[in-house]
Design a protein around this ligand. Structure first.
Ligand code: F6R
Length: 265
């Protein structure tokens, strides 16, 4: 638990930097939405300061809307360009988003995306946000905990949250292609960021609730290596905060002394 959203982004960027120091050609799983914007700014800062290069990095985004073209400013491809790719030395050929080209069968996108991830050697670090309803990617409550990249219907709450970003009368996407829960669970390491009071209930359910498809993020309790970074507001409903803070500090101290542990390095 950290004091502010700014600190969450700083720590998150430091963690990404540590992974890239161990593995400069890491495969990163990326998220969009409001939460990671500050993290991307921190990473851009590190790149500009010469601390980091993304020249050998490959990326796989979690999701993309169906029916929105890549050059539409509302697409996640456009978001990634604006918030991150356009400011660092990443090779666009190594950036992947599960978009469905116009005229193609969206049901074929998922299996192809899974194949690309496999071909890249799997995801080393998956960055996640969390929806107010506990979704990760666009795996809405009731999504199979064993799901793979596929077309998913957005939940009413997600459509409502997204509508804040649209002008009245604008096409509102109701379908997306998202990495599945099993896809996310296969990442070697997961970094989940949550900030703001609106996320407090979802964070508490994810960490302290039962593992259930009704809170897809709760499956992360079964992942081997997850870091959850939250600010005060998002941590507010956690019962066991003192213990998590202690664990976090101890792990940070170990990482500082011995470097970031890496599952298969
Ligand atoms: C984004 C994604 C979503 C968001 C979640 C939180 O690629 O997959 O799961 O991480 O909806 O969104 P924000 O950060 O806007 O609150």
């Amino acid at each position: 638990m950290l004091d502010s959203a700014g600190k969450v982004a700083e720590r998150g960027a430091e963690l990404v930097a540590r992974v890239l120091r161990v593995r400069p050609n890491a495969v990163l799983g990326l998220a969009t939405g409001k939460t990671p914007i500050k993290l991307y700014r921190q990473l851009i800062g590190k790149y500009r300061a010469g601390e980091l290069s993304f020249g050998r990095v490959s990326t796989f985004n979690l999701d993309e809307y169906l029916g929105i073209e890549p050059d539409d400013p509302r697409s996640y491809r456009a978001y990634m360009e604006r918030e991150f790719f356009g400011h660092v030395d990443i090779d666009r050929a190594n950036t992947h988003i599960p978009a469905c080209p116009p005229g193609e069968n969206p049901k074929q996108v998922g299996p192809r995306y899974e194949e690309r991830i496999r071909h890249a050697g799997g995801i080393d670090l998956q960055i996640l946000g969390i929806g107010q309803n506990g979704h990760i990617g666009f795996n809405e409550p009731s999504s199979s905990l064993n799901s793979r990249t596929r077309v998913k219907t957005l939940a009413g709450k997600t459509v409502e949250d997204n509508s804040e970003l649209l002008s009245p009368g604008e096409f509102q996407p109701r379908l997306a292609i998202t990495m599945g829960i099993a896809t996310i669970m296969q990442a070697r390491r997961v970094l989940l960021l949550a900030t703001g009071a609106k996320k407090a209930a979802a964070v508490a359910q994810m960490v302290e609730g039962p593992v259930t498809a009704m809170c897809p993020a709760s499956i992360l309790q079964m992942h081997e290596y997850v870091t959850v970074l939250v600010d005060e507001a998002a941590a507010a409903a956690l019962k066991n905060r003192a213990y998590y803070d202690l664990t976090f500090r101890e792990n940070e101290a170990l990482d500082e002394r011995f470097g970031a542990y890496y599952a298969d390095s």
